[in-house]
Design a protein around this ligand. Structure first.
Ligand code: DOR
Ligand code: ZN
Length: 350
C-alpha cells in the first residue's frame, strides 16, 4: 500500500550500473536522457566493433565526454568486452589507470553484437584470475546460447552450467549478474554471501511476458533476457524493494531506432533512460517501500563497486501525472521511450 503521507522524497543522486549509450548520432541523442538524473553509469562495450582494449575504452570515453551536454556532471564508468584473446596485462593496466571499471562477459551469440564473446571459458581463466587479484568486477550477461535450450530457461540454465562452476574456479572474483529476470537468479544471489550481486532493470520490474505476446506482439517490450512469467517479476520486485545490498539498478536502457525494432526480425532492447526514475518511484510507492528506493538506485551499487555514493541529491515529488515523450528524435531515426502502461505521478527535480 502506498504511504499517502509521503509526497516528496530526497535521495542521493542515482547511478545506472548497466547502460547502452551507443556511438555517433545515437550517443549524442541519448546521453542527455541519462545525465539529466544520473551521476554515473557503467557503459556497455557492445559497439561494432566492440570495445575490447584499454586504448579502445579510453577512446570511447573521450567520445562520450565530447558528446556531454553543457553543464552535465556525469561520469561514465567504462567496461572492456571480454574475448578469448583478451590480454590480462591490458586489463590490469586499464584498471590501474582508471580507464576501465569492469569487464563485460557476453556468452558468444547471446544478444546484440555479442559475436566476439566467450565460447570456451578456460580461454579466459587467466583474465578472470587477474581480475580477482586486482578486485575488478566481472559483469555477466547470464544466458546460455544453446539452440536447444528454451529462451525462457536460458538464465536459469546459465546459473547451473556456467556461473556456479566459474565462481567455484575463481572464488575471489567479484561478479555482477546483470539484468536478472528470474526467481532462480534472485535466489542464487541471495544464497551467495560473497562476491556476487545482481542488477535489475526498470522494465523487468514492470512487464512480464504477457506484455510482449498477449493481444498482439509488442516489439517495444522485447529485450534480452526476455521478460519471464509474472511469478518471476514479483520475485524481482521483492528483491529490489528489500534494501538487500546485493541488488541494485542497472537499467539496460538500450536504444534502437523504431525501424530497427519494427521488423520481422527486430532488435532486442528497451529505452528507459528518460522515465526510469519516475517508473521506479511508482513501483516502490505502490509496494509501500519508497524509503528503500535510495538503497536500490543510489547506495547499493557504489557499495558493491567500492565507491562512495554521489554527494548530491535529487528530489522526487508526487503530483498530477507527469508525461514523457513517446519517442525521442535522433539523427538515425526515432527511438521509442518505454511505456510502463500506467500513470507516473513522481516528478523528478534533478
Ligand atoms: O535487450 C538487450 N539489448 N539486451 C542486451 O543484452 C543488449 C541490448 C542491446 O545492446 O541492444
Ligand atoms: Zn545490456
Amino acid at each position: 500500500m502506498p504511504d499517502l503521507a509521503l509526497t516528496t522524497l530526497t535521495i542521493r543522486r542515482p547511478d545506472d550500473w548497466h547502460l547502452h549509450l551507443r556511438d555517433g548520432a545515437m550517443l549524442q541523442a541519448v546521453l542527455p536522457e541519462t545525465t539529466r538524473h544520473f551521476g554515473r553509469a557503467i557503459i556497455m562495450p557492445n559497439l561494432v566493433p566492440p570495445v575490447v582494449t584499454g586504448a579502445q575504452a579510453a577512446d570511447y570515453r573521450a567520445r562520450i565526454m565530447a558528446a556531454m551536454p553543457a553543464g552535465a556532471d556525469f561520469k561514465p564508468l567504462m567496461t572492456l568486452y571480454l574475448t578469448e584473446t583478451t590480454d590480462p596485462d591490458d586489463v590490469r593496466e586499464a584498471h590501474r589507470s582508471g580507464v576501465a571499471t569492469a569487464v563485460k562477459l557476453y556468452p558468444a551469440g547471446a544478444t546484440t553484437n555479442s559475436a566476439s564473446g566467450v565460447r570456451d571459458f578456460e580461454k579466459v581463466r587467466a583474465v578472470l584470475e587477474t581480475m580477482a587479484e586486482i578486485g575488478m568486477p566481472l559483469c555477466v550477461h547470464g544466458e546460455v546460447t544453446d539452440r536447444d535450450i528454451d529462451i525462457f530457461d536460458r538464465e536459469a540454465v546459465f546459473i547451473d552450467r556456467v556461473l556456479k562452476p566459474l565462481r567455484k574456479k575463481v572464488p575471489d572474483l567479484k561478479v555482477v549478474m546483470e539484468h536478472v529476470t528470474t526467481k532462480d537468479a534472485v535466489d542464487y544471489v541471495r544464497d551467495s554471501h560473497k562476491n556476487l550481486a545482481a542488477t535489475i532493470t526498470t522494465h523487468h520490474l514492470i512487464i512480464n511476458r504477457n506484455h510482449i505476446l498477449a493481444g498482439g506482439i509488442k516489439p517495444h517490450f522485447y529485450c534480452l533476457p526476455v521478460a519471464k512469467r509474472e511469478t518471476h517479476r514479483v520475485a524481482l520486485v521483492q528483491a529490489a524493494i528489500s534494501g538487500d545490498k546485493r541488488f541494485f539498478l542497472g537499467t539496460d536502457s538500450a536504444p534502437h531506432t523504431d525501424p530497427a525494432k519494427l521488423q520481422p526480425c527486430g532488435c532486442a532492447g528497451i529505452f528507459t533512460a528518460p522515465n526510469t526514475m519516475s517508473c521506479l518511484a511508482e513501483v516502490f510507492d505502490v509496494a509501500g517501500k519508497l524509503k528503500k528506493l535510495e538503497a536500490f538506485t543510489s547506495l547499493n551499487g557504489p557499495g558493491f563497486y567500492g565507491l562512495e555514493p554521489n554527494a548530491d541529491t535529487i528530489t522526487l515529488t508526487k503530483g498530477d501525472p507527469v508525461s514523457y515523450p513517446a519517442q525521442i528524435t535522433t539523427a538515425d531515426g526515432p527511438v521509442t521511450v518505454f511505456d510502463p502502461g500506467f500513470d507516473l505521478h513522481w516528478h523528478v527535480d534533478a
